[in-house]
Design a protein around this ligand. Sequence first.
Ligand code: AMP
Length: 190
Amino acid sequence: MIFVITGPPGAGKGTQARKLSKELDLYHISTGNIFREIINGERQSDLSNKIREYVLSGKLVPDKLVVKVVEKELEKVKNKRGVLLDGFPRTLKQAKALGKLLGKQNNAIDLVLKLEISKQVALDRILERGRKDDEKAKIEKRFDEYNEKTKPIFSYYKAKNNLETIDGEQTREEVFQDILSVLKDHSLID
Ligand code: AMP
């Protein structure tokens, strides 16, 4: 089982992805976490400095780099019931590259879950969280990137019939239960 969890900043992707991967024994790939690890890691390099610039300014990291990171991660998946991609793909180019990568392994995405949330509710949540890229201007940039570059992936997946939308403004537990019932509807879990 391979699925994607996506949505605007502050939608609760990370929280749901952690819970789901634990509960369903999935290999959790969060490109945001990977980039934060690289940025905060001890081994600083030109590459980690470049990534820091993008992430801290709220811009998307260039597609080629992101796809490379995901390709490497996919090679690590072993003894799991599936893969949960959290925050990837975020552009049409990434979505197409992912399709190719999975195709090589005779695999494909089973489902894309989009968490929907209004900008105001998302902003309130983000400001409570207080991460390093959570400054007001940077948050705005992340919303702009989402609207401009990520939204086009929804019509792409809709056309493939594997997009489901979930109301992300509910409580964590309600969102989680909604996700489980969508997975059941698609016969991905019992
Ligand atoms: P996240 O934790 O998913 O909100 O990601 C935090 C930041 O990491 C984003 O604002 C981007 O700068 C970068 N990032 C994470 N995933 C991607 C991706 N798939 N494509 C480009 N940039 C990404």
